[in-house]
Design a protein around this ligand. Sequence first.
Ligand SMILES: Cc1ncc(COP(=O)(O)O)c(C=O)c1O
Ligand SMILES: Nc1c(O)cccc1C(=O)C[C@H](N)C(=O)O
Length: 409
Amino acid sequence: MMGYMSITRAGCAALDAADPISDFRDEFVLPDGVVYLLGNSLGALPRRTAAKVAHAVTAEWGQDLGASWNTAGWWNLPETTGDRIAPLIGAGPGEVLAADCTSMMIFKAVSAALALRPGRNVIVSDSENFPTDQYVVQGVAQAFGREIREIGPQAPLEDALGPGVAAVVLSHVDYRTGAVRDMAEVTRRVHESGALMIWDLCHSTGAVLVDITGADFAVGCTYKYLNGGPGAPAYIYVAPRHQEAARNVISGWHGHANPFEFEPGYRPAPGVRRFATGTPPVLAYAALNASLEIWEKVDMRAVRAKSVALTELFIELTDHLGLELASPRHAGERGSQVSFRHPEGYPIMRALIDMGVHGDFRAPDLIRFGFAPLYLRYVDVYDAANTLAEVLSKELWREDRYQKRLTVT
Ligand SMILES: Cc1ncc(COP(=O)(O)O)c(C=O)c1O
Ligand SMILES: Nc1c(O)cccc1C(=O)C[C@H](N)C(=O)O
């Protein structure tokens, strides 16, 4: 830590010049005048995506039509795309299936886990988790007559575990604060109690190092750090040891062992394919696979190292502004985001966005900044910190137009 006054824009430019992964920035479309610190919500558009999607539309759909299910590999997109995501979470081929949205995958994972632990009635859920995780767990509990035991700041994991617990659902990286859980240690404790562990990796994938081996199930989205585009398919990881016994309760024909026999009875496909349900959104996979071409060339250790450096720099540059840091100060406990609490967080974020620094606001009082190492530069961090300082020192957020809440915050 250098002290913010000794950090200069030229110094940040020098860091960019020495950055081993700086070239990846050229892969992305980034509007002029914008510092995009929202890659933890919707990742930037890769340059190659438009052409890849256009090819899927004009050549595959337009010319080859229905033959493309075979000739363009449309039928197998959930597995082929899953296999490309797998290395980013420490998984192997045949362990990840890309489909649906995260919420659907949480439903599939939790209900599969319940069936693997008959006689155990409780699902442990985090009261601070992203709401869709909680809502889906509530839906599963209602549908299958199970009980939810919530953990949160007041109730540590140990207190919640016990012989009645079938499954534990937690996020690896907290969406509000970016706090990272110790995946191996939590998984170990959950297994010791006889329950199964389901991780939500939405804020981890492409942001932090993940070694999912050991866990039972994991889910994640691909539209954040992986740049798959709005509505990009989510994914599910199913540990190889569960793949024969695990059942997909939304047992559609795309997960059938022999779908083109059109049998009246459901028989699950072998392996992770059984977690498919219905027709995949082929054009969305085209966009996701364009970005995964980029991710195939990425060394996640370099991404993590740069992510740590970017968030450290941002904290260093903003520490004197009087904001309350909501993210862990220790980089090892922090994902690729920095959040602050401020009672006027909403208008502050609106003013920032107006000035070209895009982050977001999470009720009741959090402003969040995501740092996507593939396309962010150190000078962007410097500029964003200066803009934040200006918004606060000139109290620009007081303008009336920043008070009105938009639908999506
Ligand atoms: C932790 C977490 N889980 C799930 C989701 C979203 O789920 P879905 O892809 O179903 O919208 C998000 C963000 O949108 C998230 O942050
Ligand atoms: N998935 C999103 C959406 O469908 C609309 C708006 C934002 C999102 C997000 O990804 C939000 C994000 N998961 C969060 O951490 O708040």
